[in-house]
Design a protein. Structure first.
Ligand code: DON
Length: 303
């Protein structure tokens, strides 16, 4: 596959979306992002690395971190996780409260905020430092020792985190948190506020393209578990736009309100695109367009 040519075509299509969508501002620190930035990277299963545009520029990974917290919670704790969180698409916005009440504090899936809070809680129980575990994994896989939480973004999230606090308290009222609400929220904000580049994220996500095998050749999870994570990414990774994302892009993927999307071509590569302007569902307009272009031109998706 000629990734260089594909990345150039994807970047051209993404640039043509200039001006569409809005930079997230419900976390005030995110509003400082450069709305016209765009980057994209590919890491193949056998170690080739390609990039275009701002592919080495760090951005706030936000919900892309939920892919890693889920993978680490499963790797450390196995199937017990699924007692506290489901794996069905929610069909609701990522920060919605409505389903939790009728569904007894068990969030629909690990990628809506409610579900990610439960995953962070379990990872905290398993490791004693949930956000540190995510950060260390990203550092090791990307080989970037400077990768870190942006304290300004984390503080901004905490200051404006009434909805996440409400979700966490509601889940706790159903007995579905093992750690204090404040601890869970702190670690959740700290992993969402990690700053990383497309380059860092494709390397860190490439274990899913290798069916569970890390960059150093050791296994993080079984092939079956990697399949399951990819399945949940496909059905729930882009929130209530997961159907449209599967239709357009045809890959498992995880988006974040910082404008990044990390997608997996199982057996081939991890791909990450980033542009801060978001559509109504909270997915990057430029990144979805770029990934759509890559799979359409290459004819390579999971379908
Ligand atoms: O909790 C929040 O709202 C953010 N830390 C993460 C949300 C997010 O990235 C959803 N993505 N589309």
């Amino acid at each position: 596959m000629d990734y260089r040519r594909l990345l150039d075509a994807a970047a051209a299509a993404a640039l043509a979306t200039a001006g569409q969508g809005r930079v997230a501002d419900y976390i005030p620190a995110l509003a400082a992002a450069d709305p016209e930035a765009f980057g994209m990277a590919v890491a193949t299963v056998d170690g080739e690395l390609y990039g275009v545009g701002d592919w080495e520029r760090p951005f706030s990974i936000q919900s892309v971190s939920k892919l890693f917290s889920l993978a680490l919670a499963l790797a450390h704790g196995g199937d017990a996780l699924w007692r506290g969180v489901g794996r069905e698409p929610s069909g609701n916005p990522f920060n919605s409260l409505v389903q939790l009440e009728t569904e007894h504090g068990i969030p629909r899936n690990p990628f809506i905020n409610a579900g990610a809070l439960v995953v962070t809680d379990r990872l905290q129980s398993l490791t004693g430092d949930a956000s540190g575990a995510v950060r260390e994994f990203l550092r090791r896989e990307s080989g970037n020792p400077l990768l870190d939480t942006d304290p300004v973004v984390a503080a901004s999230e905490a200051e404006h985190g009434h909805r996440n606090a409400a979700l966490a308290h509601f889940i706790a009222s159903h007995g579905n948190l093992e750690n204090p609400v404040e601890t869970v929220l702190d670690h959740y904000y700290a992993h969402c506020a990690i700053a990383a580049s497309c380059r860092d994220l494709v390397l860190a996500g490439s274990f899913l393209a290798r069916y569970g095998v890390r960059t150093d050749g050791t296994r993080l999870m079984s092939r079956s578990e990697a399949k399951r994570v990819n399945a949940v990414l496909l059905t729930c990774g882009t929130y209530d736009a997961a159907g449209d994302f599967a239709f357009r892009v045809g890959l498992p993927g995880k988006s974040g309100v910082g404008g990044g999307i990390l997608a997996i071509l199982p057996g081939r590569a991890a791909v990450c695109a980033w542009g801060p302007r978001l559509d109504q569902a909270g997915n990057s307009v430029a990144a979805v367009t770029a990934l759509d272009t890559l799979t359409t031109l290459s004819g390579c998706s999971i379908f």
